[in-house]
Ligand binder design. Structure first.
Ligand SMILES: NC(=O)c1ccc[n+]([C@@H]2O[C@H](COP(=O)([O-])OP(=O)(O)OC[C@H]3O[C@@H](n4cnc5c(N)ncnc54)[C@H](OP(=O)(O)O)[C@@H]3O)[C@@H](O)[C@H]2O)c1
Length: 337
């Protein structure tokens, strides 16, 4: 295995994504400044956000302070944001990306992702999850992914993003984009952790020069709180705890590391980038401190065997009632039902 260090990247074409990034889903505006400063101090150079996380302006404010104080330069950072599901039409891409850039106080992002292949109606910039009187998401069943991708490609032409990619797409959907695109997707961001290792999808992406970034890498314990906050149903959501897995705990003890560090190290060795979220400076530091040990072949295989396939999926799909299940009747719903 090539040596992995804190400067390691996964690459696709000209895109170089640092292997560990800071996730920011559910990090509030008040929490961002501390989290981002702690992350930069710890060595992170990759930040993952999204229009729907409602923290882009807070990130922008902190970034401006960091740039003004010359603590870091724009070029040293890899910043990712995402097109919200109510922007899943070609003509909506530019206005939403411009809004994100304005909030982030940036001229460009390094990577712009389509957040999810299934779209909802656009009821204005502030209606993140438009619903009808019954509380059901107002799906836009006319989502046309190939047309939408053309809108994404135009953003590269315009210099608003260096690379473009997709999130929560299944293999067929990735293939449809690859088969018709002018600019190929540089990255696919999907739920990926020890219980949902997405082995077939990851090899398919590797074969086609699409990098993969793992979301929920330490098990996303915060999904329930998010749904509750939005008034969305939480009954039947699948909650798994990779941090508590005995195999992970045993390996962690052997290296005098935390279970979270073993989970992250495994995925980096597996060849994907990871974006653990934390607002806690000690945990932020810990999640980046994964470059001073290496799993043996046996340990790697033991963790590989923990994969539960679809039974490990928490954000949607069969047997779970995660957030994405709310879009199950959309023709572009990406997960097996
Ligand atoms: N594309 C998509 O649809 C999508 C979906 C979900 C997530 N994402 C992205 O992926 C990122 C990561 O996913 P996630 O936030 O769902 O889950 P995650 O990173 O697996 O887990 C984050 C949770 O774990 C806790 N935590 C962090 N480090 C820890 C440690 N060392 N030990 C114990 N607990 C720890 C955090 O709490 P504290 O903050 O209190 O430390 C937080 O509650 C998101 O933040 C977001 O940027 C993308």
């Amino acid at each position: 295995m090539t040596k992995i260090d804190s400067k390691s990247v996964v690459t696709s074409g000209k895109m170089k994504m640092p292997v560990v990034g800071l996730g920011t889903w559910q990090s509030t505006a008040e929490e961002i400044d501390i989290a981002l400063n702690a992350a930069i101090d710890a060595g992170y150079r990759h930040i993952d956000t999204a229009y729907v996380y409602e923290n882009e302006s807070a990130i922008g404010t902190t970034l401006k302070k960091l740039f003004d104080s010359r603590k870091i330069t724009r070029e040293e950072l890899f910043i990712v944001t995402k097109l919200p599901i109510m922007g899943n039409r070609s003509e909506d891409v530019e206005p939403f990306l411009k809004k994100s850039l304005e909030a982030l106080q940036l001229d460009y992002v390094d990577l712009y992702l389509i957040h999810c292949p299934a779209g909802v109606m656009n009821k204005g910039f502030n209606q993140l999850f438009p619903t009808n009187e019954k509380g059901e998401l107002l799906l836009d069943k006319n989502t046309n992914l190939l047309e939408l991708w053309k809108g994404m490609e135009k953003q590269v032409d315009a210099g608003r993003t260096k690379s473009i990619g997709i999130s929560n797409f299944n293999q067929t959907q990735v293939k449809r984009i690859l088969d018709s695109c002018r600019i190929p997707p540089a990255n696919l961001q999907v739920e990926l952790h020890i219980y949902l290792q997405q082995k077939e999808l990851v090899s398919f992406c590797k074969e086609h020069d699409v990098t993969v970034c793992a979301y929920g890498p330490i098990g996303s314990p915060g999904q329930k709180a998010f749904l509750e906050k939005r008034g969305l149903p939480t009954e039947g959501i699948r909650v798994l705890s990779p941090l508590e897995d005995p195999v992970i705990k045993e390996i962690a003890e052997r290296y005098n590391k935390q279970p979270s560090q073993v989970l992250l190290r495994y995925m980096i060795e597996y060849g994907v980038a990871v974006i653990p979220k934390s607002i806690n400076p000690a945990r932020i530091k810990q999640n980046f401190d994964v470059f001073d040990f290496e799993l043996t072949k046996e340990e790697f295989e033991k963790i590989s065997a923990l994969d539960r396939g679809e039974d490990g999926r928490m954000f949607g799909g069969r047997g779970s009632q995660g957030f994405f299940n709310l879009m199950e009747s959309h023709p572009e719903y990406p997960f097996p039902k």
